[in-house]
Design a protein around this ligand. Structure first.
Ligand SMILES: [Zn+2]
Length: 163
């Protein structure tokens, strides 16, 4: 509809595929961008996109939980996470409430997935903020004297102290 308007429901960070679920300065951002500094937004977006299967599963869970489409959405999430080697992020014991053992709580599960992605993105942001990767080790054995590179200079006789 309106050009330049924020796509409804999406995180305000450019390129972020997650739904905006937290308010920040009049915009809606996802849980990953919410705590990140503006300078780090791009890295966070990159991280989210590199964990596509998890990010899509979170988006789908937020979108379809409690709707008639949930059972088919959940089948997709299940396949996706299993294929990505993230089967331990499927609903399980960790999501059960002490009040009803044996029944994972959907909100706990969703939060667990979000915390997992947030952890990955925080780790990526920290790595990007700390010193850039050092160059491959150049093995030097002690300082190399400049004369090694400039033999002519070394041979030059000294000026004016032969009196
Ligand atoms: Zn976002």
């Amino acid at each position: 509809m309106s050009a330049g308007g924020i796509e409804h429901g999406k995180c305000a960070a450019f390129g972020c595929p997650l739904p905006g679920s937290l308010g920040m300065g009049g915009e809606w951002v996802c849980f990953c961008h919410h705590g990140a500094s503006a300078a780090g937004w791009q890295n966070v977006t990159r991280c989210i996109r590199s964990h596509e299967s998890l990010a899509s599963s979170i988006s789908d869970a937020r979108r379809f939980l409690g709707t008639p489409q949930w059972s088919s959405a959940y089948r997709t999430i299940r396949q996706r996470l299993t294929a990505a080697g993230l089967a331990d992020l499927l609903p399980g014991k960790a999501d059960e409430s002490p009040c009803s053992p044996g029944h994972p709580v959907a909100v706990h599960w969703l939060m667990r997935m979000e915390m997992h992605l947030l952890g990955l993105c925080n780790a990526a942001a920290d790595a990007a903020l700390s010193h850039p990767a050092p160059p491959p080790a150049t093995r030097t054995q002690g300082p190399t004297p400049a004369t090694a590179y400039l033999p002519d200079v070394a041979k030059k006789p000294e000026n004016g102290d032969t009196a």
